[in-house]
Design a protein around this ligand. Structure first.
Ligand code: ATP
Length: 298
């Protein structure tokens, strides 16, 4: 896996509030990566840190495997909050100003960007006449100036109605198809599940889980086990039964059980009774409902 962003053990406190606690994750190139968590879970803090807006208390991160290389920063387009567009100016004029101030993109690229975000027909309308969804698409357009390889979006569908949300979703999917790696912070699990290939789930600054959406939101209990005698372990698990499938990995096995049926204690006891000493017993993935429960239940 080629990671465009590696985050390693980042912690950040605001006074007594621990906003992030030892968060590590990797964002694969070409992924649509959702950073999911309820309000206050640390998503914005994490994004601000990797954009150098905030300083972490500890830990590190690197883009493209090159820590803090200024040239690399130009490859990242961001939408952290709705930018301050001029209400009395058109989309074209606003993007011209963004381009002039940021130095990103070119005057010629503005029409291209407006086409991508589907605002060509309304490009001469005043910003104040735009719907919320159009404003948000223009903001994504501004982030696209300079042909970024990565797009970092904080709550891009905030406040939008279902049509507006669907338009942003469709836009994100199209951008991903162009090969742009997209990182989205959101508290809308449903949205993340629809458009993201990968996800990280934060709660109160802790990383609960990360992986592909299929892995993380799988509706099964997945238990990882290992022992010195791997073949003996596999046979032992097979004898116990109750699972849907078993996958042998290099140095461990993964056992899939219907959701809610894995019993770690019984597994451990059964292995022990059969002379197998486990050196790994891990409940790896949980269901969507369980995730929700963890996220919403204090
Ligand atoms: P939201 O979806 O509400 O933006 P979030 O997941 O992005 O939430 P953060 O904004 O990163 O979360 O906040 C994480 C925690 O840090 C929260 O408890 C928040 O109140 C606190 N926090 C964030 N910024 C500051 C600050 N400047 N000073 C003090 N506390 C802060």
């Amino acid at each position: 896996m080629h990671a465009v962003l590696k985050i390693d053990g980042i912690s950040k406190a605001y006074g007594s509030i621990q906003a992030l606690k030892n968060v590590s994750l990797e964002i694969p190139k070409g992924s649509v990566f959702g950073i999911l968590g309820p309000n206050g879970s640390g998503k914005t803090t994490l994004m601000s840190i990797v954009l150098d807006i905030l300083k972490a208390d500890s830990g590190s991160y690197s883009w493209f495997n090159e820590p803090n290389h200024p040239a690399e920063r130009k490859k990242i387009g961001t939408l952290l909050e709705t930018p301050n567009f001029y209400h009395y100016l058109s989309a074209v004029d606003n993007l011209n100003i963004t381009h002039a101030i940021s130095g990103r993109g070119s005057a010629a690229a503005i029409d291209e960007v407006l086409e991508i975000v589907k605002l060509t027909e309304r490009k001469k309308s005043k910003f104040s006449a735009y719907s919320l969804g159009m404003k948000q698409r223009l903001a994504i357009g501004a982030a696209l100036l300079g042909n970024p390889e990565i797009l970092l979006l904080d709550e891009p569908t905030n406040g939008l109605d279902p049509v507006g949300i669907a338009e942003i979703r469709e836009l994100i999917i199209r951008l991903a198809q162009k090969g742009i790696t997209i990182i989205i912070a959101s508290h809308l699990l449903d949205e993340i599940e629809k458009i993201c290939s990968h996800v990280a789930i934060l709660k109160k600054g802790h990383l609960l889980t990360t992986g592909t959406v299929d892995e993380v939101l799988s509706n099964e209990d997945i238990i990882e086990l290992s022992a010195a005698n791997l073949s003996g372990l596999k046979k032992c698990i097979q004898d116990l039964g109750g699972f849907s499938s078993i996958k042998a990995l290099e140095n461990r096995i993964q056992v899939f059980y219907p959701f809610g049926t894995a019993n770690m204690e019984a597994l451990n006891q059964h292995c022990f009774n059969n002379g197998i000493t486990l050196n790994l017993l891990l409940h790896k993935k949980k269901s969507l409902e369980t995730k929700f429960f963890e996220l919403t239940n204090d």
